[in-house]
Design a protein around this ligand. Structure first.
Ligand SMILES: *Cc1c(COP(=O)(O)O)cnc(C)c1O
Length: 423
């Protein structure tokens, strides 16, 4: 079977031929790769071609693909039961593990995706505070729930400007969008509207507009303004959890959120999300409190087994340091190759997340991300793909390294980059 034949078949029955939009290669052009198998740091497509993978299923595969311990845990769980829709010991163990590892978690509810986690966190924040306004930042992605599908026009503060058809203006009328890393903008907004704000939701390291690091003082300001005005701070760690540090970005930056959303790594490649935080807030969730939330497959035993097995690997001593070192080697090598080729390029990493930018310095906000040379990225992307390196098919996504990536994979990637920068 060939990639283009499968894509043609897929497009007949699946909108755009894909089950999640960025997979369609719309941003970079060309035919998406259809995969048949994955192991460690590698993917194999249906044509038998092998790639070094820097997408990691968009984050979850931090231990590497098909890790034997995770596969064994999934097989054992599946042989035992696929689903009960009732409590299990394993979900208690996952809750205990999450609360032990993530500093601010006192109580946690499992769901089946990051989208469900953020959607519920917002409902809970509104239910707890009795307020309506949610503040988010331009370029941050928090899943596809209606109230969060809003972006601002060129950095300006915008109320109720949906970025998807099908989202009524009324539904996003209470969502304000501010500029990432704009401390003064946050202070000014709170000075005027602080009393109506239920919560700020933020990616503590932005990984859905390429990679943007929080400027010093930014997260601290969010914490201070929320505390001063009685609003909740929600750190969306769906991507950064167990990637930026073992305890997430909140551990790395020393920020204590009221609520945290998790996903990706905590399912180890199966669908698991979670929201957690201060007990007095979490106790407002049904069945204890008035904020409703439920899920037929929440805490699914097979998915929970994959998550638990992955977290056991992730918390082994030296795991985070090793993967962070590998990721740093990758970005330093890429910067060196670009320099030799005379290409305007920069790159940076934090934990096992990285960003590559066709721009001389890493961007600090959405507007600067938009200044990257997208055509140059697309050329680089296809040249790398041809050379057996699978990067995210968009200039606006972070990259991910796994524990299975070692010096052999980094060397192969840098050799490919040498050729790709020359194209
Ligand atoms: C991926 C992601 C989500 C959405 O998670 P899904 O499991 O795709 O619904 C939410 N927030 C952030 C920060 C993400 O990276």
């Amino acid at each position: 079977m060939k990639n283009d034949e499968l894509f043609a078949r897929a497009r007949k029955l699946i909108p755009g031929g894909v089950n999640s939009p960025v997979r369609a290669f719309g941003a970079v052009g060309g035919t998406p790769v259809f995969f048949a198998r994955a192991a460690g740091a590698h993917l194999w497509d249906v044509e038998g071609k092998r790639y070094v993978d820097y997408v990691g299923s968009w984050g979850p595969m931090v231990a590497g693909h098909s890790h034997p311990a995770v596969v064994a845990a999934v097989q054992a769980a599946a042989a035992n039961a696929l689903s009960y829709g009732a409590p299990t010991q394993a979900e208690v163990e996952l809750a205990e593990t999450l609360c032990r590892l993530v500093p601010s978690l006192e109580s946690v509810r499992l769901v089946s995706s990051g989208t469900e986690a953020t959607m519920t966190a917002i409902r809970l924040a509104r239910g707890f505070t009795g307020r309506s306004t949610i503040v988010k930042f331009e370029g941050c992605y928090h899943g596809h729930a209606d109230a969060l599908l809003v972006k601002a026009g060129s950095g300006a503060l915008t109320f109720g400007n949906p970025s998807s058809a099908g989202v009524p203006a009324e539904v996003v009328a209470h969502t304000a969008v501010l500029s990432y890393n704009d401390v003064a903008g946050v202070k000014a907004f709170f000075a005027k509207n602080g009393k109506s704000v239920a919560a700020i939701i933020v990616e503590p390291v932005a990984g859905n507009m390429n990679l943007v690091l929080p400027a010093s003082g930014f997260l601290e300001t969010l914490r201070e303004e929320c505390t001063r005005h009685g609003a909740l701070l929600i750190l969306d760690e769906v991507m950064t959890g167990f990637r930026v540090a073992l305890g997430g970005a909140q551990a790395r930056f020393g920020i204590k959120p009221d609520l945290t959303t998790l996903g990706k790594v905590i399912g180890g490649g199966l669908p698991v999300g979670a929201l957690g935080g201060r007990r007095e807030i979490m106790d407002k969730l049904a069945p204890l409190g008035p904020v409703y939330q439920a899920g037929t497959l929440s805490g699914n035993p097979v998915a929970v087994a994959a998550g638990l097995a992955t977290l056991r690997l992730v918390e082994q001593s030296g795991f985070q340091e090793r993967i962070e070192g590998t990721t740093r080697l990758l970005v330093e090598g890429l910067v060196a190759e670009a320099k030799k080729a005379g290409v305007a390029f920069s790159a940076q990493s934090i934990g096992s997340m990285f960003g590559v930018y066709f721009r001389t310095a890493p961007p600090k906000d959405f507007a600067e991300v938009m200044q990257c040379d997208k055509a140059r990225f697309n050329r680089f992307f296809h040249a790398m793909l041809e050379r057996g390196v699978y990067l995210a098919p968009s200039a606006y996504e972070a990259g991910f390294v796994s524990a299975a990536h070692g010096s052999a994979e980094i060397d192969a990637t840098l050799a490919a980059a040498r050729g790709a920068f020359a194209t």
